[in-house]
Design a protein around this ligand. Structure first.
Ligand code: BTN
Length: 231
């Protein structure tokens, strides 16, 4: 349960700043107004100018929780729905897309017994440059700015509710399934080792993605990127 938010003006990456709190053995959130070395999954850079929301959740999950990235994405979706946004989907495992454009990325890293779950949400970001043509922000979509602190508080509340539910009784996977982009559609799952074409068939009780590959075999993925082949 996250009860404390530690705020910084500018850091290299909130992921690294959060690591400095691991020894406190207490769940908390570290946020920054901007980052100069924000990072995404697979060594990608996360564009982190002022106006975005950059937060890392320092967690000590009681069980082996493969679901933390999905939980973070679901918390973002619930927060944004509450602000009046719709057409939000999760690009498994952990990107949130709004009108098919990426609005939020999640990266989870381990540090000893801790999991550091970083969430980057494009709030008041008005331009992304040519390399990020498929990105969007809340301000671009709504034509107005938002209060980043208020969004952060709502996001932490939603996360706490879901995290608690998950640890107490196991969250219903079905709830997430409603938001998975590409369910039943042809996709490619891209891992560090291979690219496999198939159809997304389900999310199982481990919160892994089940893909029916082209030869009809159902394969299970905990990590990877899903690219939809048809929209
Ligand atoms: C991705 O889409 O690849 C994940 C992006 C995660 C970005 C967030 S911003 C807060 C935290 N600090 C970082 O350096 N990265 C994560």
């Amino acid at each position: 349960m996250i009860e404390k938010i530690v705020k910084f003006r500018r850091v290299a990456s909130t992921q690294d700043t959060a690591k400095r709190f691991v020894h406190e053995q207490r769940e908390l959130a570290v946020m920054a107004l901007s980052q100069n070395m924000g990072r995404g999954r697979q060594g990608r850079i996360w564009f982190s100018p002022k106006g975005g929301l950059y937060v890392s959740l320092l967690l000590f999950p009681k069980k082996r929780l493969t679901s933390i990235p999905l939980l973070a994405s679901l918390s973002v979706i619930k927060t944004l729905e509450n602000l009046g946004f719709s057409k939000l989907l999760i690009n498994w495992p952990n990107d949130v897309v709004l009108n098919n454009r990426k609005i939020c990325g999640v990266v989870c890293e381990r540090s000893g017994d801790a999991v550091i779950c970083g969430i980057g949400l494009n709030v008041n970001v008005d331009g992304f440059g040519p390399r990020l043509i498929s990105a969007t922000s809340l301000s671009l979509e709504a034509g107005r700015d938002f209060d980043v602190d208020e969004i952060l508080e709502r996001l932490i509340d939603r996360f706490n509710e879901l995290y608690d539910e998950l640890q107490q009784k196991g969250l219903r996977v079905k709830e997430v399934l409603n938001y998975i982009a590409g369910l039943g559609e042809p996709v490619e799952v891209i891992t560090a080792k291979e690219v496999i074409k198939g159809t997304v068939s389900d999310i199982d009780d481990d919160w892994a993605l089940l893909l029916r590959d082209e030869s009809g075999i159902v394969r299970k993925f905990y990590y990877g990127d899903v690219r939809r082949l048809q929209w």
